[in-house]
Design a protein around this ligand. Structure first.
Ligand code: ZN
Length: 479
């Protein structure tokens, strides 16, 4: 959606929400270089898990960035000085130019207004962002020396202006830490570079220390969580009984080391794995039964990353069954069951393109797997035919590199459904064409067939298909 359409949308907000030009009294305030910003505050600023969330319109009207909103995909695009950031409502995965970063708090909708994390966005474009918790004020500060330090690592050292430390030549080959998150009892660190994490257990009090040698925080870190001027901060962890919090800092600049500390409530085992090629995810998993030393893992990347894609979602129901059941719900149920099983495997990480009734464009699904450099991509669908007699299971591949995976997955799919075997087929579907890893699309059965529809919506069949998918994944990955 182009700017014109965005302006229309703004107009809509003005029409729909009269008299809400200012945040309600007592709510959080925003200052830019000492001047209070009031334009575009359709709804009050919110503090969500220590991320200050502001209306998108406030950014468009006050900061001079080019802001686009795509209603269909719920995607916010913000451009300035050749840099593009993309955020999607309810998703913590975002991108800065083409790099995937993890937000602490996903953009969210309030009364049709999109709230976005101001710290993350401001810092992307060189603003200093401070939060005064006592006065509940966000201070945005334009730096006196424009930070033109680009992602090439070049500095703005021309013309005799002083440049912020550290100097370019020392940081050029550093691993850049882009973001962290803590969920499902796992600390996930997103980074670009080859730093090999050194993880150790420390007692008195119990904690796990993760050092990333030869690393520093990139300018995309600090996505709403505190990153103080001396480069340290912490992440509140409230939902996990094992963990009281996570701290992080640029522990040393000689040699460069980023340190994370998981503060534990009692001693815990953990496993560590690093996945990805250039953009990497380091996962420190406290669900592990016993601790494995990352140094003992072959190549330090013994785990595989599988992306599971539940077809359709939200307004896109997919096929509608003979009794009116929606394909999107079947797809999601199977994917959630398969993910739950895969999470019990120690050598596999699983990422879902959607884990609820959300709409995603096809290119976002493929893009997510590509950005994560996943090892496998499996999309789950159910079919519909013009004849109500059509019944059975099919598995599709598009690229030759996916054929072997299709053969393995299909064997287990047919076993699981017990429906007629309609074969492994070529299909020119976007998600299996545009992905860069072996990728298949399963058509589990025909919702246009009464028998298939009833079967597909039975708990028992869904469990069998999920277990079959996991068996296929393990066989293909030789786990
Ligand atoms: Zn479908």
């Amino acid at each position: 959606m182009k700017k014109f359409a965005f302006m229309l949308l703004l107009l809509l907000f003005v029409v729909v929400l009269p008299g809400q030009g200012h945040a309600a009294g007592g709510s959080n305030k925003i200052f830019l270089d000492g001047k209070e910003l009031t334009a575009g505050l359709d709804v009050p600023v919110e503090n969500v898990n220590n991320s200050i969330m502001v209306p998108l319109r406030m950014i468009a009207e006050n900061l001079g960035y080019q802001v686009n909103w795509d209603q269909k995909s719920k995607t916010v695009t913000i451009e300035q000085q050749g840099k593009t950031i993309k955020l999607i409502v309810d998703q913590t995965a975002a991108s800065v130019d083409d790099k995937t970063v993890v937000l602490t708090t996903a953009p969210l909708l309030r009364s049709d207004t999109t709230l976005v994390p101001i710290r993350f966005i401001g810092e992307q474009f060189g603003l200093k962002v401070n939060w005064d918790n006592t006065t509940k004020v966000v201070n945005l500060i334009t730096p006196e020396i424009p930070d033109s330090t680009s992602n090439t690592g070049e500095s703005s050292g021309d013309g005799g202006t002083s440049v912020a430390v550290p100097p370019v030549d020392t940081t050029a080959n550093l691993t850049m830490v882009n973001g962290i998150s803590f969920s499902e009892n796992r600390l996930t660190i997103a980074m670009d570079g080859n730093s090999q994490p050194v993880v150790s257990k420390v007692t008195g009090p119990d904690r796990i220390v993760i050092d990333l040698p030869n690393a520093t925080f990139s300018d995309v870190f600090g996505t709403g969580q505190v990153l103080s001027p001396d480069l340290n901060g912490s992440l509140a962890v409230t939902d996990y009984p094992d963990v009281s919090g996570v701290r992080y800092s640029l522990y040393s600049t000689n040699p460069y080391t980023v340190r994370f500390v998981i503060d534990l409530n009692y001693a815990k085992n953990y496993s560590v794995n690093v996945s990805g090629d250039v953009s990497k995810l380091v996962v420190v998993d406290l669900n592990a039964a016993s601790t494995n030393d990352p140094a003992t893992l072959p190549g330090n990347n013994g785990r595989k990353l599988v992306v599971l894609d539940a077809g359709h979602g939200a307004k896109d129901s997919g096929a509608v069954g003979v009794t009116g059941k929606y394909e999107k719900n079947f797809n999601l149920a199977v994917v959630l069951k398969a993910a739950a099983l895969l999470k019990q495997e120690n050598k596999v990480d699983v990422v879902l393109t959607r884990s609820d009734d959300t709409f995603l464009e096809l290119k976002e699904r493929a893009g997510m797997a590509n950005n994560l450099k996943a090892d496998l991509f499996i999309s789950v669908h159910a079919n519909s035919g013009s004849s109500s007699a059509a019944s059975g299971s099919e598995t599709y591949y598009q690229r030759a590199a996916s054929k072997a995976l299709a053969n393995v997955m299909h064997k287990y799919l047919v076993q699981a459904t017990g429906l007629s075997d309609r074969g492994v087929r070529y299909g020119n579907f976007h998600v299996i064409r545009e992905t860069t890893m072996p990728a298949v699309l399963l058509e589990v059965g025909y919702l246009s067939n009464k028998g298939d529809e009833a079967l597909l919506f039975s708990e028992d069949l869904q469990n069998k298909v999920a277990a079959g998918m996991v068996a296929g994944i393990k066989e293909y990955l030789k786990l």
